[in-house]
Design a protein around this ligand. Structure first.
Ligand code: HEC
Ligand code: HEC
Length: 465
């Protein structure tokens, strides 16, 4: 029965026009035809630039005030914060504990971080159990994030070291590749030995593009892809994360972070100011010190709060309104072939190509835009090899949020590196694919038995995004 149904559906979607494919969610048949407008990843808001600054433009259509605010927000994102007291009071208050001096040091050119301290890699920490709002339970001594930097007179928490174990593999057709597994150690720990039950999650800063459009998606559209019990039996069960939003003081659908562990950009931005830079806001008023960190607690601060709500709002507006660059080579034969294979391998079952944003955004230009983020923004079990074994709200230690693939092909141009995945372990797109496991294992296996030219076509397609 099922076979027949599949067969009929296959014929149906092959002969029908592409619009109708949506009505058959479990049957994915890719097309190698160019789809009108597919190069505009953010629809009519797409940025027409492919240079090393491609991630740094505002999306088109902002009103005059928003355009001005974007530039001021940009300066708060890029400038280094300094220790208090300082004559530049609007920019002091760094630390006492911090990871980096500016947002841009981890999101360099609004792009992707690298797996090095102060360049984008940080460690979330927790101990078993959950906090008052369902959040991971912070460690008594080291808190919820390792602070590998601190101001003068205050000892940092310690530093991390990365060692990679590299292993060689071969595709059935003989092509070689290798994967490196990171092994982390923490040294120079200044607040006692780490509790042996501490769980840690290494994470890299993502590119900042199109985040306002993601925020503007209707929850219902994201939730429509949830399939926790895998009712359609495609081996893929998208799961929603619900996380504490400090602004509405309620649990909301998580959309941001590698585990969909943050609900909106306001919370994410204020959280980054405190957790990554040590800058307090009206939302997170207390410095990031644990109860045993006395020097941290008594250090001079840069005002209460250290960034006022006006400037925080401008930084949030900036994070909301970075555009998404136009695709490249989208009509090349290999790219179009790769697009079809991508769908046929089942990649698009998680990396959902297309959505239309809702109409509730505070920025009018973000409303009802057709976007192509290539993500369902849901959690998936990606297998033991990628697991951090640290729960984050409803996400378990194996689950990660599907990373949007828009902009993927420009990370090299913007950031001069090609480190991918949540911890930057993959050195190439090919390696990132070969790390897929769990619910994505099937797709990965199908990818690995392709002919080399076909694998190359998939990669050419991904590079065109
Ligand atoms: C020490 C490095 C570091 C600094 C500094 C930093 N970030 Fe991040 N950023 C990250 C990491 C790592 C993540 C992923 C976090 C996660 O998965 O929980 C992230 C995620 C984000 C996201 C969500 C992106 C997405 O695709 O979901 C936003 C928005 C963001 N950061 C904004 C900021 C802002 C604004 C600042 C400055 C106030 C800042 N960041 C400073 C490392 C950093
Ligand atoms: C079951 C859902 C699922 C399927 C199927 C899937 N992916 Fe992914 N993909 C993810 C998740 C989740 C991540 C983030 C994993 C991480 O960072 O640890 C990811 C990450 C990636 C990345 C790295 C993105 C970045 O910016 O770091 C690439 C490239 C990618 N996927 C391509 C593919 C391709 C190609 C296929 C098909 C062969 C595929 N994916 C199938 C869920 C999926």
């Amino acid at each position: 029965m099922k076979q027949n149904y599949l067969f009929i559906a296959l014929i149906f979607s092959l002969v029908s026009c592409k619009k109708d494919q949506k009505t058959e969610p479990s049957i994915t048949v890719g097309s190698s035809a160019y789809e009108e407008g597919e190069e505009f990843s953010a629809g009519i808001r797409t940025v027409n630039d492919q240079s090393s600054l491609a991630f740094s433009y505002q999306l088109s259509g902002l009103n005059a005030q928003e355009k001005l605010d974007f530039f001021v927000g940009n300066s708060f994102f890029n400038q280094n914060w300094v220790e208090a007291p300082s004559s530049t009071t609007a920019r002091d208050g760094l630390g006492p504990m911090f990871n980096a001096r500016s947002c841009a040091s981890c999101h360099f050119r609004d792009g992707r971080g690298e797996p090095f301290a102060n360049k984008g890699l940080l460690f979330r920490l927790s101990v078993p159990g959950i906090g008052l709002n369902g959040e991971p339970l912070a460690d008594i001594n080291y808190g919820g994030q390792l602070s590998d930097n601190s101001i003068q007179g205050v000892a940092s928490e310690g530093v991390f070291n990365i060692f990679y174990n590299e292993q060689n593999y071969q595709f059935p057709d003989g092509e070689n590749y290798s994967l490196r597994t990171p092994v982390y150690t923490f040294t120079g720990l200044n607040y006692g030995a780490m509790n042996s039950s501490i769980m840690f999650s290494p994470r890299i800063g993502q590119q900042m593009i199109g985040l306002g459009l993601i925020e503007a998606l209707n929850d219902a559209d994201v939730l429509s892809k949830v399939d926790e019990m895998d009712a359609n039996a495609d081996g893929i069960s998208g799961k929603a994360n619900y996380v504490y939003d400090a602004i509405s003081k309620s649990q909301r659908l998580g959309k941001f972070g590698w585990k969909a562990n943050v609900a909106n950009l306001y919370h994410q931005t204020a959280g980054a100011f405190l957790g990554d830079l040590g800058i307090t806001t009206w939302l997170f008023k207390n410095e990031n010190c644990t109860s045993i960190q006395n020097d941290c607690q008594t250090a001079i601060n840069g005002g209460a709060p250290e960034i006022d709500s006006t400037n925080l709002n401008l930084t949030v507006l900036y994070a909301r309104s970075l555009g998404v660059p136009i695709r490249r080579n989208y009509k090349d034969a290999d790219v179009l072939l790769g697009k079809m294979i991508f769908t046929n391998l089942g990649c698009a079952n998680c990396h959902t190509p297309k959505y239309t944003t809702g109409n509730n955004s505070p920025i009018a230009a973000l409303n009802t835009i057709e976007i192509r983020p290539y993500s369902d923004f849901l959690l998936h079990d990606m297998g033991n090899d990628l697991a951090d074994n640290r729960p984050d709200y409803l996400a378990n230690g194996n689950e990660w949020r599907t990373q949007p693939l828009w902009g993927l092909g420009l990370i090299q141009t913007v950031n001069g590196h090609s480190f991918l995945l949540h911890d930057g372990r993959a050195r190439t797109i090919l390696e990132a694919i070969m790390w897929h496991g769990g619910e994505a294992n099937n797709s990965k296996q199908k990818f690995s038995i392709l002919k080399k030219t076909e694998r190359d076509a998939v990669i050419a397609f991904l590079k065109s995004l």
